[in-house]
Structure formats: C-alpha cells, structure tokens
Design a protein around this ligand. Structure first.
Ligand SMILES: CCCCCCCCCCCCCCCCCC(=O)SCCNC(=O)CCNC(=O)[C@H](O)C(C)(C)COP(=O)(O)OP(=O)(O)OC[C@H]1O[C@@H](n2cnc3c(N)ncnc32)[C@H](O)[C@@H]1OP(=O)(O)O
Length: 233
C-alpha cells in the first residue's frame, strides 16, 4: 500500500505541474487542480520573487524541472481516504470541521503570510522553494520569526520526503539560525535527500538570500514513512 502510494505520487505530480494538467483526484495526489493553486504569481509578490519564479518556469520548459502546485485545503474525500489508510478511519476532528481546515502555510491572506512556490528537479532529485515572508510573520522587529522559517523548512523538506517515500510525518527537525532574515525579503530553500534507512528519510536544506551571499538558516529533518493501519493516536 505504502509502496503503491509513493509510486503514484510521481506521475500525479508531473501531470499537475503542467499547465492545463489533467484533473486527477487520487487519494494521495499532491494537490487537486480543481482548487485554487496558490503557487502562482500574485500582486503581493515582490519583483525579486517574480523574477526568480520566471527563471524557474523557464527551466520547466524542457521538462527537467516541475512546478509543484499548492492548495490551501484537502478535499473531504482525500481527508477521509488519508485517515482511513493511516489512522484506521479514526477522524481527529469533528465531521463539520473537515471542510473548514486549512493547510497552515496557506492560511494567511495574500502577501501577509507565506508566499511560496516549489520546483522539483527530476534529474537532480531536489526541491527549490522560492518564498517571501510577509508582515504577519514578524519575530524581532523587522525580521522573520524563527518559527515561520521552521514552518517553511518543514513544509519543503516534508514535500521532498513525500516525493521520495510517499506518506510521511516529521519525526525530528534540527535548525541552525545563522543570520536574521528581513521581513518581506525573498529567500531560496534548497533541499537534498541525504539518506534513506528503512522507513526513515533524512533530508536537509538551507535558506539563502537571492544573491546567494547570505545563508540565513540550515535545517535537517527526519521523516518517517507511515505504516498503513498502524494506530498512532
Ligand atoms: C502525509 C501525507 C499527506 C497526503 C496528502 C497530500 C498533502 C499535500 C501537502 C504537501 C505538503 C507536505 C509537507 C507537510 C510537512 C508537515 C509535516 C507535519 O507537520 S507532520 C506533523 C508533526 N509530526 C507529528 O505529529 C509526528 C508525531 N509522531 C508520530 O506520529 C510518530 O512518532 C511517527 C509517525 C513519526 C513514527 O512513529 P512510528 O510509525 O510508530 O515509527 P517507530 O516509532 O516504529 O519508529 C520508526 C523508526 O524511526 C525512528 N524514529 C522515530 N522517531 C524518531 C525521532 N524523533 N528521532 C529519531 N528516530 C526516530 C525509530 O527509532 C525507528 O527507527 P528504527 O528502529 O527503524 O531504526
């Protein structure tokens, strides 16, 4: 079950990454194209973020890179399928809350929270996440909150781990904050898969400035492949 989930993730992602990709509604498809795709330019995006986005879209033209779509909600169907497969159907929230739940990094108004787009290199097996941290993510005055950076690291590393291993959960994150990152500036996250040991996937990344002169943060993550039917809660 787990193996087939991982195997199905890749072709689905490719189809979704293409403009006008087919409508696919598999249980573990990355996102459903029937919902709004947030990983596309918006008026709130800075010039830097747009320029970088355009550069990566160019790289997608020969098929070596894919843009990963990103929605703010899971469909009720996918929610139920996921809990059925990995949590023995035990639904952790009230039935009426399912359709209201939002993916945390996509839960802010445009431009105020996390603005990001991820690109996957099929050849190099890595993700580049381009992002801009909005005004509601402030920590010390003028700079991004460390927890906001960790959220993006978890999301990006988790996405990489899912592409490599199917359904996973974060077991451990280790973060080094090297330099404070200014609010509303643009950062680039580069990931790599370091190793796989059984159900454990070790993934790491750093966050750099657009000119690559500053490394803001480094992170490593341990993700565990979920075992279908294993009761975790
Ligand atoms: C997810 C699919 C979604 C599909 C829908 C599509 C969604 C599209 C959206 C894309 C975005 C994706 C990105 C999401 C990123 C956010 C992820 C989260 O927030 S997640 C939320 C935050 N995370 C949580 O809430 C997770 C809470 N934790 C848990 O539920 C469980 O601990 C577990 C699932 C992580 C592992 O449990 P269990 O399956 O019972 O596994 P065992 O105990 O048997 O261990 C197996 C092996 O792993 C070792 N090991 C384990 N842990 C650690 C560790 N910390 N340190 C070191 N090692 C550790 C352990 O020693 C053993 O090693 P070995 O003996 O084989 O050598």
């Amino acid at each position: 079950m787990l193996r087939s989930c991982a195997a199905r993730l890749r072709p689905l992602l490719v189809a979704h990454g293409r403009p006008g990709g087919a409508r696919l509604t598999s249980t573990f498809s990355f996102e459903e194209v029937t919902q709004k795709d947030h990983a596309l330019p918006k008026p709130s995006w800075s010039k830097d973020l747009r320029l970088l986005f355009d550069q990566f879209m160019k790289k997608c033209e020969d098929g070596s890179w894919e843009r990963l779509p990103s929605c703010s909600r899971h469909s009720v169907q996918r929610f139920q399928n996921f809990t059925k497969a990995f949590f023995s159907g035990s639904i952790p929230v009230k039935e009426e809350q399912i359709s209201q739940a939002k993916f945390f990094p996509r839960s802010f108004e445009d431009g105020l929270g996390f603005e990001y787009a991820m690109f996957w290199s099929k050849d190099e097996k890595r993700i580049v996440c381009l992002f801009q941290g909005g005004l509601y993510l402030q920590g010390i005055p003028g700079f991004l909150h460390g927890g906001a950076l960790v959220t993006l690291i978890d999301t990006t590393l988790g996405t990489h781990a899912m592409l490599a291993g199917g359904a996973v959960m974060t077991a451990n994150l280790s973060i080094n904050f090297k330099r404070p990152m200014p609010l509303c500036s643009v950062g680039v996250i580069n990931t790599q898969l370091d190793k796989i040991e059984g159900r454990k996937l070790f993934v790491s990344c750093n966050i750099q400035s657009v000119d690559e002169k500053t490394v803001y943060t480094e992170g490593t993550g341990l993700f565990i492949k979920l075992e279908p039917g294993k009761t975790l809660v």
